[in-house]
Design a protein around this ligand. Structure first.
Ligand SMILES: Nc1nc2c(c(=O)[nH]1)N[C@@H](CN(C=O)c1ccc(C(=O)N[C@@H](CCC(=O)O)C(=O)O)cc1)CN2
Length: 285
């Protein structure tokens, strides 16, 4: 049996369609959402992601600024730019593309972004609000995972979700969001004993472990929903998820591919967060 494919591309297009409608309504009120993206250094993948963010802004009618800075930019200069953007009225959202060069302290930069403009949802205040269940800007990839599951018509309430991976940007926040949807959540990580046995108990398996094709069919209960957050560049240049898609799709229920699954949702949820930040900024949300 071959599983249904959950297409992040298709869901992204749907969401971007409704964002475009809201942007038109805001324009009639004189409001244009504004996003500033800051990129330091020459990482080729980061340049592609930033170009795609710039294009998404253009396509949706947002005001966009991209600050491409040399790799030797000092932390002080980067913090000064963040401070300027924090005070710039045309900017509703600020995103500093990660990873940053090694001489820059990522935490110091994230902490410097105004909480209301933190469209990445990485600021400790936004993370804290996520933990206690208060309203906040949600991190884009985890929010995209939940949106994909919901829009595939899958209810999470009462389901057993197993999250493989405990990173601050995916594993931890996605487990909190799954709990918010009333799933019962188990987290696994590199030191978990009997991981396959635990994973096989999942109704919904979310994988963000950063190891190409690591999860094979022996980790999956027949019919389980499988969401692959992995993005691993192979030596042959191809992109692979953390899930061995070809073997897993033979036993799983609905499953996301890589590419074309969670990845496209990251930028779409960034656009959604920027819209939310703009509405709040102008007292419209
Ligand atoms: N400040 C941030 N930095 C980074 C984030 C983030 O959310 N905030 N996430 C990633 C990179 N990223 C966005 O920045 C991102 C990664 C992947 C995709 C995507 O669409 N992937 C495609 C495949 C693209 C390819 O071929 O390389 C897919 O999976 O289909 C979008 C955004 C790290 N940095």
């Amino acid at each position: 049996m071959t599983a249904t494919i959950i297409s992040g591309k298709q869901v992204s297009e749907e969401i971007r369609g409704s964002i475009a409608g809201e942007v038109k309504e805001l324009a009639a009120k004189g409001v244009v959402p504004g996003l500033a993206v800051v990129l330091v250094g020459e990482d080729p993948a980061s340049h592609v992601y930033v170009r795609n963010k710039e294009k998404a802004c253009h396509d949706l009618g947002y005001y966009s600024e991209v600050h491409r800075l040399p790799a030797d930019t000092s932390q002080a200069d980067l913090l000064a730019l963040v401070d300027k953007l924090n005070h710039q009225d045309s900017i509703d959202g600020i995103l500093v593309q990660l990873p940053l060069p090694k001489h820059i302290d990522e935490k110091a930069v994230i902490n410097a972004i105004a909480v209301d403009k933190d469209v990445d949802g990485f600021h400790p205040v936004n993370v804290g609000n996520l933990v206690i269940g208060d309203d906040s800007l949600l991190p884009c990839t985890p929010a995209g995972v939940i949106e994909l599951i919901k829009r595939a018509g899958i209810s999470l309430s009462g389901k057993h979700a197993v999250v493989i991976g405990r990173s601050n940007i995916v594993g931890k926040p996605v487990s909190l969001l799954l709990q918010r949807e009333n799933a019962t959540v188990t987290m696994c990580h590199s030191r978990t004993a009997n991981m396959a046995e635990i994973a096989r108990q999942a109704d919904v398996l979310v994988v963000a472990i950063g190891r190409a094709n690591f999860i094979d069919a022996s980790y999956v209960k027949p019919g389980a929903v499988v969401i692959d957050v992995g993005m691993n560049r192979l030596e042959n240049g191809k992109l692979a998820g953390d899930v061995d898609f070809e073997s897993v799709k033979e036993v799983s229920g609905p499953i996301t591919p890589v590419p074309g699954g969670v990845g496209p949702m990251t930028i779409t949820m960034l656009m959604q967060n920027t819209l939310t930040a703009a509405k709040r900024h102008h007292g419209l949300a």
